[in-house]
Design a protein around this ligand. Structure first.
Ligand code: SAH
Length: 342
């Protein structure tokens, strides 16, 4: 809608600028408050271009995270999470699709199936919402400094909208490119586009690896049938040739799935995978409980043990703190049940 506003309404540049400034101002929550515009124009826009493409239907909060459930114009529901980060500022975890088609067998979103892509506005508005939330809520302080495209959906399956939304974070919300992370299970087309795309904002890329062995990966993450592990590895090398530099690396996310991906062979497969990939970080992620999924959350001791075994194989890693679990807003727990979600 926001982009439509400019394409459809022949506005002079200074008006466009006034609107853009107001649109991304967390202190402004509707057309009525855009007092730089004449009243008639505000009234007109109010009817044609709703200020927000989503409405919040429920907010849940813990000490360190807030989770919002949002209704879209067509009644579909999505979730989005705000988490405190290491600097005391906030990181938003933003959704890119309603549901997800990737069907990873450890993920809650995967169980709801795919419904549709989000529009650029719907992605951007999750951020506008959280910025307003922080601005107007007297009980929370700190600014929204980081964003991870790690909510519901596979961002690279909604490439154009995700890319444009990320530009919006960078250009209009003052978020640095290295503070934006897009996470993917490794879809072929979207990943290949990154390598060729002149207008790709070189944000950080994280890959949800979880299984480095092709047979196992394909068993639990169907995407591996479309892009096998060795092709994924080749992509990583190409990516680093093109974008790698001192502060540009790849992040590999590795879920701790007790008894499934934490054996000696898994360490071997992981280290084979990383051969030739020079700039990377590994994040070990405790698996968050999802009802009815056949996994167990690894104990801390087991996670530390795996970390030690990786280290022996020359792989340094960090263990990701999982926030939002108490409100089912942790990684892989975002799901909307019932008709409207799916
Ligand atoms: N589809 C993209 C974006 C979602 S990111 C991707 O998968 O990368 C969400 C992250 O949470 C992914 O790394 C995903 O693998 C991970 N995840 C999925 N289920 C989880 C669970 N139950 N507990 C913890 N992390 C989970």
């Amino acid at each position: 809608m926001f982009s439509q506003l400019f394409s459809e309404s022949n506005l002079p540049r200074f008006r466009q600028q006034q609107i853009r400034t107001a649109w991304f101002d967390p202190a402004i929550s509707g057309w009525d408050e855009v007092t730089t515009l004449p009243k008639g124009m505000r009234e007109e826009f109010k009817v044609q271009f709703p200020w927000m493409s989503l409405t919040s239907v429920r907010l849940q909060a813990s000490q360190t995270a807030h989770k919002g459930l949002f209704r879209l114009d067509d009644g579909k529901l999505i979730e989005s999470v705000l988490m405190v980060n290491s600097k005391g500022d906030w990181t938003a975890c933003v959704s890119s699709q309603v549901g997800c088609a990737m069907a990873c067998d450890f993920c809650a979103t995967g169980t709801m199936g795919f419904s549709r892509d989000l529009t650029v506005d719907e992605i951007v508005d999750q951020m506008r919402y959280w910025r307003q939330f922080l601005h107007t809520n007297p009980h929370v302080s700190g600014r929204l400094s980081n964003v991870v495209m790690m909510g519901m959906g596979e961002p690279l399956n909604n490439y154009d909208a995700v890319r444009d939304a990320m530009w919006s974070f960078v250009d209009h919300m003052g978020i640095g490119k290295t503070k934006v992370t897009v996470s993917t299970v490794g879809v072929k087309r979207g990943m290949d586009r990154i390598l060729e795309d002149e207008s790709w904002p070189d944000v950080r890329v994280a890959i949800s690896l979880h299984y480095a062995d092709q047979t196992k990966r394909a068993e639990h993450m169907p995407v591996a049938n479309q892009r096998p592990v060795d092709e994924l590895q080749a992509w990583c090398k190409q990516y680093l040739l093109r974008y790698g530099n001192r502060n540009h690396y790849l992040t590999f996310e590795y879920l701790m799935l007790e008894g499934k991906n934490d054996g000696a062979q898994d360490v071997e497969a992981f280290s084979r995978f990383l051969k030739g990939i020079d700039r990377y970080k590994v994040n070990l992620i405790p698996w968050n409980e999802v009802n009815n999924l056949a996994y167990n959350r690894a104990s801390e001791a087991r996670t530390l043990d795996f970390q030690a075994r990786l280290k022996k194989a020359g792989i340094l890693s960090t263990i990701r703190k999982s926030l939002g679990r108490e409100i089912d807003g942790g990684c892989g727990q975002l799901v909307v049940l019932g008709e409207e979600g799916g």
